[in-house]
Design a protein around this ligand. Structure first.
Ligand SMILES: Nc1ncnc2c1ncn2[C@@H]1O[C@H](COP(=O)(O)OP(=O)(O)OP(=O)(O)O)[C@@H](O)[C@H]1O
Length: 301
C-alpha cells in the first residue's frame, strides 16, 4: 500500500449544495500533507469524510485500505483533532489520559504522560482552564497517544499565537520524526504549512485544484515577466494559472514541467504562498459567473 488515503469521484452534498465535489486524490504514505483553500472550500468536509464522521453522497474514499470508521480497530488507526480541539472542559488533564487509555487499545500511556510532563501541563488542571495553546497541545497529545498511522488535524493552530503555533508544530514534527505516521493538516496559514509539509492539496470551490509533492510543485511553477503577450500564445505544456497585464508588460504564473527557455521572459521561482494564492485567485475568478470576484474586491488573504 503506497496511498494512505484514496478518494475517487468523492462528493458530499447538503440538500442541493455540494460541499465537496468530484474529488479524486491520493495521500501518499509517511507524508505531512497540507490541505489549503478558501473558506467554505470543502476542507473540513473532506477531513470528516476521511475519519468517518460523514458518509459520501457520491464516489468513494478508502483510508488505510478500509472504508473510514468501518470498525473499532480501524478507528484506532486514525487520530483526529477537530477544528475546535474538543476536550471535556470539566475533566482534568489526568482524566483525559485515563479516558484515552480506556477508549483506545493501542494507547501509549508512557508517551502521553511524558508529553504532558514536557509541556508543563498540570495533571490536576481542568481542560476548561487551559490556555488555547495548552488546550491544543493536550488535544494533539490525545491523538498522538493512540499511535495512529494517519493523523488528521483540522486547523489545529488557528487560534494560537505565533509562539504557541511554532511550539505546536515543533511537537508535531518531532512526533512525525519518531513515528511511522502520515499527517493531513488543514490550515489557512501557508507559511506554517511551508515549514512542516512536504505534500500539498489545494481545494477550492469544492474541488481539488492541485495535489502534489511540494518540491515538485515549486520546481514546476514559475513567474514570467516580459513584454505584453497573449497568454494563449504560450507553447503547449505551459499552463497559465494566473495572468496580469499592464500596457507594455505581462506577468504570468505558469505551470511547466520543462524549463522555460524563451529569452523574452524573465523567469523567477514562486514561493508556496504565491503558488497557493494564484490557484485560489483562479478558482475565485472561475467561480463567479458575474465577474465580481473576491480578488477584485481585494478580500483574498
Ligand atoms: N452541515 C452542513 N450543512 C449544510 N452545509 C454545510 C454543512 N457543513 C458544511 N456545509 C457547507 O459546505 C461547504 C464546505 O464547508 P467546509 O466546512 O467543508 O469548508 P472549509 O473549507 O473547511 O471552510 P473553512 O476554511 O471556513 O473552515 C460550505 O459551503 C459550507 O457552508
Amino acid at each position: 500500500m503506497s496511498a494512505v488515503l484514496n478518494a475517487a469521484g468523492l462528493g458530499k452534498r447538503y440538500r442541493n449544495r455540494w460541499a465537496l465535489r468530484d474529488c479524486t486524490v491520493e495521500v501518499p504514505k509517511r507524508r505531512v500533507v497540507g490541505l489549503v483553500g478558501p473558506n467554505g472550500a470543502g476542507k473540513t468536509t473532506l477531513l470528516n469524510l476521511a475519519v468517518g464522521l460523514l458518509k459520501p453522497t457520491a464516489g468513494q474514499i478508502m483510508v488505510l485500505d478500509a472504508r473510514p470508521g468501518e470498525s473499532p480497530v480501524h478507528l484506532g488507526r486514525v487520530g483526529f483533532v477537530a477544528q475546535q480541539n474538543p476536550l471535556y472542559t470539566n475533566l482534568t488533564v489526568a482524566d483525559h489520559l485515563r479516558l484515552g487509555a480506556w477508549l483506545n487499545p493501542s494507547w501509549d500511556a508512557a508517551m502521553a504522560e511524558q508529553r504532558v510532563d514536557e509541556l508543563g501541563l498540570d495533571p490536576k488542571q481542568r481542560a476548561g482552564r487551559l490556555s488555547g495553546g495548552q488546550h491544543a497541545q493536550l488535544a494533539l497529545t490525545m491523538a498522538l497517544a493512540k499511535r495512529p498511522e494517519l493523523l488528521v488535524l483540522d486547523e489545529p493552530v488557528a487560534s494560537l499565537d505565533p509562539l504557541a503555533r511554532r511550539e505546536f508544530l515543533q511537537h508535531l514534527m518531532q512526533a512525525v520524526a519518531d513515528d511511522d505516521m502520515t499527517v493531513v493538516l488543514s490550515s489557512h496559514l501557508v507559511a506554517d504549512l511551508e515549514r512542516v509539509c512536504d505534500y500539498l492539496i489545494i481545494l477550492a470551490n469544492s474541488r481539488v485544484h492541485v495535489a502534489g509533492d511540494v518540491e515538485e510543485l515549486l520546481a514546476s511553477h514559475h513567474r514570467l515577466t516580459g513584454p505584453r503577450r497573449d497568454p494563449g500564445s504560450l507553447p503547449a505544456g505551459q499552463e497559465v494559472i494566473e495572468a496580469s497585464h499592464t500596457d507594455r508588460q505581462s506577468t504570468l504564473v505558469v505551470r511547466s514541467e520543462a524549463p522555460i527557455l524563451d529569452p523574452s521572459w524573465t523567469v523567477e521561482p514562486l514561493g508556496l504562498e504565491d503558488l497557493v494564492l494564484a490557484y485560489m485567485r483562479r478558482a475565485d475568478e472561475s467561480g463567479k459567473p458575474n465577474g465580481v470576484s473576491r480578488t477584485r474586491l481585494g478580500v483574498v488573504a
